[in-house]
Design a protein around this ligand. Structure first.
Ligand SMILES: [Zn+2]
Length: 160
């Protein structure tokens, strides 16, 4: 699994402009984000600076200004964001979360057909093990209670 991206919500707004345009000047990025969020050019420049120091944006000098590009692909970045989110959830709870998303996300008939095909071909396992750290999930509290009865969260913390 690829490493989780370190992009804040505000920085993500900048990345979206660069992904949509392919390459942008800070002025072009500021125009979009002033319109959407009311951000000043200096706010946008700060965000660009942070993204550049993280290695997500690269500046190319043109005649009188810098043009910003990224080597991160948008679909790959979205996957990494989702992976990061999923890593915070117990494996046993992911199917419920997915059902919630499927109910919530608007889709056309073709989208639903695609999902139905994915589900048809989905390999199932006998049981999904809880992969959480002890003390961070109720599954493991239940599982460990047979070995360590009446262990409180506080006591589990001190065990480690
Ligand atoms: Zn768990």
């Amino acid at each position: 699994m690829s490493e989780t991206l370190n992009i804040s919500d505000a920085e993500w707004e900048v990345m979206r402009v660069v992904w949509a345009s392919g390459e942008s000047t800070s002025k072009e990025i500021a125009q979009v984000l002033n319109d959407k969020r009311g951000w000043s050019q200096s706010t946008v420049k700060t965000l660009i600076g942070r993204l550049s120091s993280k290695g997500y944006l690269h500046a190319r000098k043109e005649a009188r200004h810098f043009v910003y590009i990224t080597h991160l692909e948008e679909p790959e970045s979205l996957k990494r964001e989702v992976e990061g989110m999923l890593s915070r959830i117990c494996s046993r709870k992911k199917p419920n979360l997915l059902a919630y998303l499927i109910e919530k996300i608007p889709m056309v008939a073709e989208d639903r057909a695609m999902l139905e095909e994915v589900l048809q071909n989905k390999q199932v396992v006998a049981e999904v093990p809880c992969d959480c750290h002890p003390g961070q999930c109720t599954c493991q509290l239940h599982a460990s209670s047979t070995i360590l009865p009446n262990l409180s969260l506080e006591e589990i913390k001190h065990e480690n």
